[in-house]
Design a protein around this ligand. Structure first.
Ligand code: NI
Length: 227
């Protein structure tokens, strides 16, 4: 178990996590990570004690998720390889509906339905990509919240059911690409590369950081599924 802010002497990996996730006043420590970055394909570590640093991480993730108009975000997506997910499948930025954020710590899928369905998904870490992915329609997830309560989510046939699976995939280093066949996967990689290169070029032309353009472009997660 890893607690950000606590000293872990037994593993370089854990030291790296602490280093990467070290609390800082600078929000630049946490920024969206994109296709090609190792943190997106690695299994994340369990969160130990909920420290103020973990609370701040969750808060930063929610802020970023709303800013990017996604409906979910996993900690590895901002460079913190920890089993922490934030989700809000109810909030609609276009009509500014009431926010309904969930923070899931160490979420585990304990049950999946036999019935599956295909639907399109997007991901803030894969700009410009929307792909059909087949997943179980129903899911039961257990997770802790920031107060240490164990919560059980039983969800069926909704955006939330898909979003939960997508986000928990991220904690296991699984991305949308891993759900695609080889040809679709190559095409998807190419689509994201082109989008990121286009955004970077547009950002450079505007004299701004390309990242800004990249970030503002994505809303796929919400419209389809998540993040
Ligand atoms: Ni995603």
């Amino acid at each position: 178990m890893v607690s950000i802010g606590q000293t872990c002497l037994d593993s370089k990996c854990r030291e790296k996590i602490l280093e990467d996730a070290a609390v800082s006043d600078s929000k630049s420590d946490f920024h969206l990570r994109f296709m090609g970055e190792d943190v997106l394909t690695q299994k994340a570590e369990e969160v130990g004690e909920v420290t103020p640093e973990i609370e701040k991480l969750a808060d930063d993730m929610l802020s970023l998720m709303y800013e990017e108009e996604g409906c979910g975000l996993a900690a590895p997506q901002i460079g913190a390889p920890l089993r922490l997910v934030v989700i809000d499948c109810d909030y609609d930025p276009s009509s500014q509906t009431k926010k309904n954020p969930y923070v899931l710590i160490n979420p585990e899928i304990v049950e999946l339905s036999d019935e599956t369905a295909k639907d399109s998904e997007g991901c803030l870490s894969f700009p410009g990509l929307s792909v059909e992915i087949e997943r179980p329609v129903g899911v039961v997830v257990e997770a802790e919240d920031l107060e240490g309560n164990v919560l059980r989510y039983e969800v069926e046939g909704s955006l939330l059911a898909r979003c939960l699976q997508h986000e928990i995939d991220h904690l296991n280093g699984v991305t949308m690409l891993d759900h695609l066949g080889p040809i679709a996967r190559m095409k998807a990689i190419s689509t994201v590369r082109e989008k990121m290169q286009g955004d970077a070029a547009a950002g450079a032309a505007n004299g701004a950081e390309g990242e800004t353009a990249t970030h503002s472009a994505e809303r796929t997660e919400k419209s389809t599924e998540e993040k």
